[in-house]
Design a protein around this ligand. Structure first.
Ligand SMILES: [Zn+2]
Length: 315
């Protein structure tokens, strides 16, 4: 799809969204169809006949009376919010190229600051987990990047203290058109770190194009081939045609994050990077963004607060 065609394709309008997901009953129905596409079956006895309990997102088997929660096992588990508020959050969160802050979400949803933060971070986590199921393949441009400073030139170069390192990877077609991307925080740019990253996020047989940084050949342990490009470093290397996309998206993501989020904690950087990539990777089908994120949330396990705040996790 040409750039203009991507830019001007219609997303879902607010009236269209409200028509589809405006009531709690519609949201429950949508979630139920996503969780049980072949129709609800009682998890206890397998019977299909069921009724919905009044006022609660609970389905009851009419044979054995077993009660199944509509939200259990999903990102919406144990939520005190109506599903229509969650779905509205998804509507607000998905179309903005530069993301939407928890503060904006709070104002627009009429919830408190903590709730807005939780909604935002849970949905970003759903985006991470969804894209983690889709490894990049074919030809992938790879670059090292840092949050908290610019990579090229001066004392703010590679490995400066206080920077959070991450890998930026763009899958391109043979014609050089970008198809998909991912950005992942890594412990550092060592061969083993790159090997582990490649094993998780690249399909075997991927051809990796990168500059000559020592760690990049690490991808070969994940059955990928490595094509080093010696660009000489310095500002001139950015202009190298093979690095056009990876540098463009790096510039875009940094502008987007700086412009939308004023105090982004490094421990949450991954979620913000993944949110940006998630949207980029679905830019050909803006119409589907909302149902697809609802689907992702319905298939993302619940996130206890401890995990959501990353307390107790290394790094
Ligand atoms: Zn039953």
């Amino acid at each position: 799809m040409a750039k203009n065609a991507i830019q001007f394709q219609p997303g879902m309008s607010l009236p269209a969204f409200l028509e589809r997901y405006g009531t709690e009953a519609q949201c429950r129905e949508a979630l139920m169809r996503m969780r049980w596409p072949g129709g609800f079956r009682c998890p206890h006895c397998g019977y299909a006949g069921h009724c919905q309990l009044r006022g609660r997102p609970v389905l009851q088997c009419i044979r054995c009376k077993h009660q199944a929660s509509l939200t259990a096992g999903t990102l919406f588990a144990r939520t005190h919010l109506p599903l229509r508020i969650w779905f509205l959050a998804i509507y607000l969160l998905t179309p903005h190229k530069n993301g939407i802050s928890a503060l904006s979400l709070r104002r627009q949803l009429g919830v408190n600051a903590n709730t807005a933060w939780l909604i935002k971070h849970k949905l970003m986590q759903a985006m991470i987990e969804r894209d983690d199921t889709k490894p990049l393949a074919g030809i992938v441009q790879l670059d090292d990047a840092y949050w908290g400073g610019e990579r090229h030139g001066g004392s703010t170069g590679r490995g400066s203290p206080g920077k959070t390192p991450f890998v930026a990877a763009v899958q391109i077609t043979a014609e050089g058109f970008p198809m998909a991307m991912r950005m992942d925080v890594v412990p550092g740019f060592r061969k083993t770190a790159l090997a582990q990253w490649a094993q998780r996020h690249l399909a075997p047989g991927t051809a990796v194009v990168s500059d000559g940084l020592n760690c990049f050949p690490g991808v070969t342990t994940a059955d990928c081939t490595h094509v080093p490009l010696v660009t000489g470093g310095g500002p001139a290397s950015v202009a190298h045609p093979m690095f056009q996309w990876v540098n463009t998206v790096l510039g875009n993501v940094k502008n987007a994050l700086h412009g939308t989020y004023h105090a982004l904690k490094p421990k949450y950087l991954q979620r913000y990077l993944s949110e940006f990539c998630y949207r980029f990777n679905r830019r050909f089908k803006l119409q589907d963004l909302i149902p697809r994120l609802i689907y992702a949330a319905a298939h993302t396990p619940p996130l206890p607060y401890r995990l959501l705040t990353l307390d107790g996790l290394a790094g």
